[in-house]
Design a binder for this molecule. Structure first.
Ligand code: DQA
Length: 150
């Protein structure tokens, strides 16, 4: 069954404790709970996962299909990982990249995302709200897909 997947990359397990001036005070568990509640209300299947291991994320992405939807915060891999970019492109899963902080308003190295070119779009700087907005988009997107190919 097609699902909305929310994958969080390295160090995002530390949300709540980690640099709250950049990433806010909400924990990953709280963000995931908000995401799952929205999916539940829409009657859709969603699953959230976090990893500090790049290969795990690549393996997870490789199981997805164009019928799924991926909401991805790649953490620092945003700026470095051609392997994650290639995995998204390979399986053609529609993807929205989410960042809690505004990556364009911080250190210069953060402004470049090697993942963004294979995504539908990017949400950056809206804190945890970014995941909520990405969920709304994912739900609308999946609704449109269903209408187009019943
Ligand atoms: C981040 C931004 C990245 O630059 C950083 O390495 C992170 C978090 C964000 O959500 O703002 O780990 O992806």
């Amino acid at each position: 069954m097609a699902s909305i997947w929310v994958f969080h990359g390295p160090n995002l397990n530390l949300l709540g404790l980690r640099e709250p001036e950049h990433y806010g005070s909400r924990t990953l568990a709280e963000i995931n709970q908000a995401v799952l509640t929205i999916a539940d209300q829409a009657g859709l299947n969603a699953e959230c996962r976090q990893t500090n291991h790049e290969g795990d994320l690549i393996d997870w992405i490789q199981t997805l299909t164009p019928a799924d939807f991926l909401i991805l915060n790649p953490g620092a891999w945003t700026h470095t990982s051609y392997a994650i970019r290639d995995a998204i492109r390979a399986v053609r899963v529609p993807t929205v990249e989410v960042h809690l902080s505004n990556i364009h308003a911080r250190e210069a190295f953060r402004a470049n995302s090697v993942i963004a070119p294979v995504c539908i779009g990017q949400i950056s700087g809206l804190g945890a709200e970014g995941y909520i907005l990405a969920m709304r988009y994912a739900i609308d997107y999946q609704g449109r897909q269903e209408k187009e190919s019943p």
